[in-house]
Design a protein around this ligand. Structure first.
Ligand code: AMP
Length: 282
């Protein structure tokens, strides 16, 4: 596996690949890699000739400095996992490489209101920082295909809109969420849970599956309320939001007939660890 820290070296390598007729697949991450990330690499390997994974803990998308500081960083293990997975290229820039002119976004994008509910409300500035780094990384890597997880449903919707509104030729591939045995969505943050909390956190998926099974039988508001109470009953679990919304607009719905595609999204804190998950219920 090639590891590049500098844009110029990465771009020279990718230019060679393109000249040989290879297509480029790109998997941006913040590291602390787990099987979920590796499934994106595997999807990229099936669809493209040369797979680039980036590891960059982007400071501009963290609205709390402490969350940024505590974000797990396991670069040696990550490199081992990427080599085992036969990833072609790791792009490992530092902050100055990505933001040579400072971290203030130099461009703002109309995200069509997709950035306002849920994560947007809870984490002011998060999506501005996320789209800032995604657009920067895409400019650098210029992939044919971009692979991102449905686990971050709102992020995926915003990136899809960004690519559409900028008339980008890059194909976005949304990949399924990989889960631990008890249903907990794999996340870099899970290592910060105690073994007991990690076990208990399986309830998040149980509650989401329950709403998927019951949304035609029971009022959505009632299912949401029950789910919140069930989760909050666990020690140190606190739901931040639990919303059922139109999967395209991310606007809240109250009736299962309100939209053709419906997603239930949840965010919660377990102690000081923040988790998110979702399920497409229709
Ligand atoms: P992150 O490192 O958390 O920024 O995630 C990098 C990419 O991996 C994003 O596109 C995420 O949506 C995706 N991802 C994170 N967790 C999972 C998972 N459990 N299954 C599949 N993809 C995931």
């Amino acid at each position: 596996m090639y590891i590049f820290k500098h844009i110029a070296d990465l771009q020279a390598h990718l230019a060679n690949k393109r000249q040989l007729g290879n297509t480029i697949g790109f998997v941006p991450t913040m590291g602390a890699l787990h099987a979920g990330h590796l499934s994106l690499i595997a999807a990229a390997q099936l669809a493209t000739d040369c797979v680039v994974c980036s590891i960059f803990v982007n400071p501009t998308q963290f609205n709390e400095a402490s969350d940024f500081d505590k974000y797990p960083r396991t670069i040696n293990v990550d490199c081992g996992l990427l080599i085992e997975q036969h990833c072609d290229v790791l792009f490992l820039p530092d902050v100055a490489e990505i933001y040579p002119n400072g971290k203030t976004p130099y461009q703002t994008y109309d995200l069509g209101g997709l950035d306002l509910p849920m994560e947007g409300k809870q984490r002011p500035g998060h999506f501005a920082g996320m789209i800032q780094v995604v657009s920067r990384l895409l400019d650098i890597v210029q992939p044919n295909q971009l692979f991102m997880g449905q686990k971050d449903f709102q992020q995926l919707a915003i990136v899809r809109r960004y690519l559409e509104t900028t008339a980008s030729p890059i194909k976005l591939v949304g990949c399924a969420t990989l889960r631990e045995e008890n249903g907990l969505a794999m996340s870099s943050r899970n290592v910060r849970l105690s073994p007991e909390q990690r076990q208990q956190a399986g309830i998040i998926h149980t509650v989401l599956q329950h709403i998927k099974q019951q949304y035609e039988q029971q009022p959505i508001a009632q299912l949401v309320q029950q789910g919140i109470e069930q989760i909050n009953a666990l020690p140190n679990f606190a739901v931040e939001y639990f919303e059922v919304c139109d999967a395209r607009t991310l606007q809240k719905i109250t009736n299962c007939t309100d939209a053709p595609e419906i997603v239930a999204c949840i965010a919660l804190k377990v102690g000081d660890v923040r988790l998110i998950d979702n399920v497409l219920i229709k």
